[in-house]
Write a protein that binds this ligand. Structure first.
Ligand code: HEC
Length: 133
């Protein structure tokens, strides 16, 4: 699979820095996020970002980041970014929400989704304890 070298690298790096499998997932997720999402998404709101910053995205209402110029589709969708919604979005964002201006990413591998989700939850300290699938 396309991500195997990245995952292997993240897992090898894991034991030195991570105590639990959850931390290994977060580390792998960060590597995958860097490869797949970072070029358009800052995690730190003060960094320039083509897409909306994704800090605290888990549990956030879609299209609600202040002052970001969303598509009408996303702004009007009325959804909340639960893990299930984020999986559907990573898998086929344009199919999940026709009219979005985010380019299709197409991450259908459940393990890759898991890792990116673990990372997104890790950078969502406001909400990650209250949202499950
Ligand atoms: C080519 C640029 C690009 C890439 C790569 C990209 N995104 Fe996006 N993303 C966007 C844009 C632009 C939007 C705003 C879409 C809209 O307004 O319709 C967006 C919106 C989002 C949103 C909605 C946020 C909100 O505030 O409602 C999420 C969640 C998201 N992206 C996650 C991801 C993840 C996870 C990845 C990597 C797997 C990713 N994106 C990769 C450009 C990108």
């Amino acid at each position: 699979m396309k991500f195997a070298p990245l995952l292997a690298a993240a897992c090898l790096a894991g034991p030195a820095f991570a105590d639990t499998f959850e931390e290994v997932k977060i580390t792998a997720g960060e590597t995958l996020f860097e490869a797949e999402c970072r070029r358009c998404h800052a995690t730190n709101p003060s960094d320039p970002s083509y897409g909306p910053p994704l800090e605290n995205v888990v549990g956030r209402a879609a299209g609600s980041y202040p002052d970001y110029d969303y598509s009408i589709a996303l702004e009007a969708s009325g959804i909340v970014w639960t893990p299930a919604a984020l999986r559907a979005w990573m898998e086929d964002n344009a199919g999940f929400m026709p009219g979005t201006k985010m380019r299709h990413v197409g991450i259908s591998d459940r393990t890759v989704q898991d890792f990116i989700l673990a990372y997104l939850q890790d950078i969502s300290p406001q909400d990650n304890t209250t949202i499950s699938e």
